[in-house]
Design a protein around this ligand. Structure first.
Ligand SMILES: NC(=O)c1ccc[n+]([C@@H]2O[C@H](COP(=O)([O-])OP(=O)(O)OC[C@H]3O[C@@H](n4cnc5c(N)ncnc54)[C@H](OP(=O)(O)O)[C@@H]3O)[C@@H](O)[C@H]2O)c1
Length: 243
């Protein structure tokens, strides 16, 4: 395993939730980290929670805007590992009630955004470095009704990484597929009902709990450090696919 000590890691989505957990873990393992998101306020709050240090900084960027993404990687210069956990709450309409504008915005953000990151990151990502993107349990356990779009998009990431792993070799391209993780996205989705909701779900999982971002971060660290893993989807879901 290659150490993260002294490596440059870019975490798109690093201002919140899973990405913030990855940023904290990468810093603890000796990397210097750039966190990326759209909101300056969220980035500043994340920097405060990570603690003042010369090894962490933020750059505000919307990954759906190509000029911004191009500028982002131009500013960062050569770097070792790209992680993206960026995403927005998914559509959950029964198919006959689908809001097509919402679906287009979701696909643009999640999937097209990842393509855009890969397109521009590859200019300055060092050969032999890695890219890790994020899918999710919805591809294996789609919510019913309303899970068709999120399931299709999450599933597509596994094939995106396989094709890109071949095209960009020896740069490695992988996916983390998390199960349920307690993050601010859930505050937005279920609000005050979150704790009861998670207690119920957690009691049914083999791991007997819903994950924290710190539980998920080691999957990203492994994929950055493992020089022999590419084109892979790493599931870290507390056993949810078994039930
Ligand atoms: N939490 C779960 O249970 C779970 C389970 C499976 C999969 N996932 C997936 O994991 C990913 C992360 O989820 P999370 O729960 O950590 O969400 P989160 O706490 O809401 O964090 C999402 C991050 O993405 C950033 N982001 C969103 N759109 C962006 C854009 N266009 N450009 C740049 N940054 C953008 C957000 O910052 P700004 O809003 O400031 O841009 C934020 O930093 C999502 O794709 C989600 O679908 C989550």
């Amino acid at each position: 395993m290659a150490s993260l000590q002294g490596k440059k890691v870019v975490v798109v989505g690093g201002s919140s939730g899973i990405g913030l957990g990855v940023a904290a873990a990468a810093l603890q393992n000796g990397a210097s980290v750039t966190i990326v998101g759209r909101s300056h306020e969220k980035l500043q709050a994340a920097l405060r929670s990570l603690g003042a240090s010369s090894t962490v900084r933020s750059i505000a960027t919307d990954m759906t805007e190509e000029t911004e993404v191009s500028r982002l990687f131009g500013n960062i210069g050569p770097f070792d590992h790209l992680v993206s956990t960026a995403g927005t709450p998914p559509p959950n309409y029964p198919i006959n009630d689908t809001d097509m504008d919402f679906v287009r915005r979701f696909v643009d953000n999640k999937l097209i955004g990842a393509v855009m990151l890969a397109k521009h990151a590859v200019r300055t990502l060092i050969s032999g470095g890695s890219m890790t993107f994020t899918s999710g349990i919805n591809k294996d356990r789609p919510p019913v009704p309303g899970g068709s779009v999120v399931s299709a998009i999450a599933g597509s990431f596994s094939y995106f990484s396989k094709a890109l792993a071949l095209e960009l070799a020896p740069t490695r391209v992988n996916i983390v597929s998390p199960g349920w993780v307690d993050t601010p996205m859930w505050d937005e989705l279920v609000g005050e009902a979150k704790s009861g909701f998670f207690a119920d779900i957690g009691s049914r999982l083999p791991a007997r709990k819903v994950a924290t971002p710190a539980d998920i971060a080691p999957a990203y660290l492994y994929l950055m450090e493992s020089e022999f893993t590419t084109g892979e989807t790493l599931h870290i879901d507390g056993g949810q696919r078994l039930i």
